[in-house]
Design a protein around this ligand. Structure first.
Ligand code: HEC
Ligand code: HEC
Ligand code: HEC
Length: 418
């Protein structure tokens, strides 16, 4: 038994060595074919659209930095990664790269012989078509070259050993991601490509195992991330929190739907990426998430709860929340989203609800004319008892969830690092 395992491992190492050798060969071969690449204006325009759909800017454009010049920090349990400079600068960016080199980075995590970490989501981009990779390359070659180096990754040992990634790839890199929904329609197929290849939704919404590998058996079923968790977006999970196709389309194109607004790491996804998708693609994405036969959205179910506790929660709500979210949790246009039926309130795990109350949400800009004020942070004005009573009131009244949040739950999140 042990021996078989050992053999498999040895086999993996051997394969990894081959992969490294191949990578090195591939590098020489491809760096000469770069000169041959010519692009058309249509290809560049399409590349711009695809670059947004794939949200390259989320990691390759830093706050206040030049587009695609890198430096956006990505915190992870392994340390901090920094998105590279992918402008066409010849020294600091990818100006010397051929279209083949570029495809190898997206498809194999091979950056001209250097193994990339899967913090660059080539595990998802692997599914991009060669034509789409070339279009993205054509577009990036037209952006302004910027002569800066992105900061070096700051990783803990042993993750700092980049060559280990070759082994990771051999063991874990797969060609396709499993589907959470069922379908066959053209919309479903297109949506699958938008979600899995371009939008890399699984990278945040699918849980990972101890090796950092996406858990195939649980596609899109929700995952711990940073301060805000990525919820379950399987058909059952979405329908269980009241989502239907039309509201999902509104959420992806505007960032606000009757079920609430995008916040945490989902806000940049909408802000930099999905709001630029055309109508057909937004529809396709929603069809893929819910499947060709979407489950019926569930109404909020009635929940038994202790009347005294609810009354205590309600008085806090009326004092500090109702002014924006409405007496009956109905929300106010251009002021705040509804609490009644809010998908964050409807999550079984109170994590995101508590984080929103403790930390607040900075002012966000939504598509079109839609704008709201900031959601204030209540960490310093409400204590653990008040916040747990409030959470229980919201859950039992408008979320169909049990009133089981304790003051200790609030305290734990208050103390957890941001
Ligand atoms: C979730 C964050 C993230 C997204 C989204 C992302 N990247 Fe990256 N990318 C990174 C990180 C981090 C690195 C550096 C990884 C490393 O050090 O191994 C990187 C490295 C690269 C490299 C290698 C650059 C070099 O000089 O070695 C290329 C090319 C690249 N990305 C292109 C893209 C393109 C094109 C897109 C969109 C299709 C994209 N990336 C989207 C995080 C991201
Ligand atoms: C000044 C107005 C204001 C007050 C007061 C306020 N909120 Fe909010 N709240 C907002 C806005 C605006 C958003 C959406 C912010 C965004 O996404 O940009 C929001 C978002 C939320 C969210 C996240 C859900 C979602 O879909 O975005 C929760 C949960 C929430 N509020 C709960 C509360 C609770 C509980 C209180 C009282 C302790 C409260 N809010 C007080 C304005 C307010
Ligand atoms: C960088 C991480 C990240 C990526 C990539 C990402 N999401 Fe999210 N998503 C989140 C987080 C965190 C939340 C919770 C905050 C919120 O509700 O806005 C969320 C919330 C959502 C919600 C709202 C769920 C609810 O019930 O409130 C939907 C729908 C969603 N994501 C769909 C997608 C789709 C589709 C993609 C791919 C196109 C995607 N997400 C990519 C992190 C991410």
């Amino acid at each position: 038994m042990k021996r078989a395992l050992l053999n498999r491992f040895a086999h993996g190492v051997l394969l990894a060595a081959c992969a490294l050798t191949l990578a090195a060969c591939g590098r020489e071969e491809s760096s000469t074919s770069g000169a041959a690449f010519t692009s058309t204006p249509e290809q560049v325009a399409r590349g711009r659209y695809l670059t947004r759909a794939a949200d390259c800017a989320a990691c390759h454009t830093s706050k206040d930095g030049a587009p695609f010049a890198g430096g956006a920090p990505l915190a992870s349990p392994y340390g901090t990664f920094y998105g590279s400079n992918i402008t066409p600068d010849k020294e600091h960016g990818i100006g010397k790269w051929s279209a083949d080199d570029f495809y190898a980075a997206l498809h194999d995590g091979n950056a001209r012989g250097k193994r990339l970490y899967p913090s660059m989501p080539y595990t998802s981009y692997r599914q991009l078509s060669r034509a789409d990779s070339d279009a993205i390359y054509a577009y990036l070659m037209t952006v302004k070259p910027v002569a800066v180096d992105a900061p070096a990754n700051d990783l803990k040992f042993p993750y700092s050993m980049r060559f280990g990634m070759a082994l990771w790839d051999v063991l874990f890199l797969t060609d396709a991601l499993p589907d959470a929904s069922a379908g066959q329609s053209a919309d479903w197929q297109r949506g699958r490509y938008l979600a899995n290849a371009l939008g890399h939704c699984a990278e945040c919404h699918t849980p990972r195992d101890v090796f950092g590998r996406l858990v195939d058996a649980k596609p899109l079923s929700g995952a711990a991330l940073g301060r805000v968790v990525a919820p379950d977006i399987t058909p059952a999970g979405l329908a269980g929190r009241g989502w239907n196709g039309a509201d999902l389309q509104t959420f992806f194109s505007v960032g606000i739907a009757p079920q609430g607004s995008a916040f945490g790491e989902m806000y940049p996804v909408v802000h930099l990426s999905t709001q630029y998708l055309d109508k057909d693609d937004v529809r396709a994405l929603s069809v893929y998430l819910l499947g060709d036969t979407p489950p019926a959205p569930q109404p909020v179910k009635a929940v038994d709860a202790d009347a005294a506790q609810l009354a205590a929660g309600r008085s806090v709500y009326l004092a500090v929340c109702a002014g924006c979210h409405g007496l009956a949790g109905e929300g106010k246009p251009h002021v705040a989203v509804p609490m009644n039926g809010n998908s964050t309130v409807r999550q079984a795990d109170p994590h995101n609800l508590l984080v929103a109350m403790l930390d607040g949400i900075d002012t966000q800009h939504f598509a079109g004319l839609e704008s709201m004020q900031a959601m204030p942070a209540f960490a310093s004005t409400l204590n653990d008892d008040e916040l747990s009573q409030l959470a229980n009131y919201l859950r039992a009244t408008w979320g169909g969830q049990s009133a089981n949040v304790s003051a200790a739950d609030v305290k734990a999140l208050r103390q957890a690092s941001h």
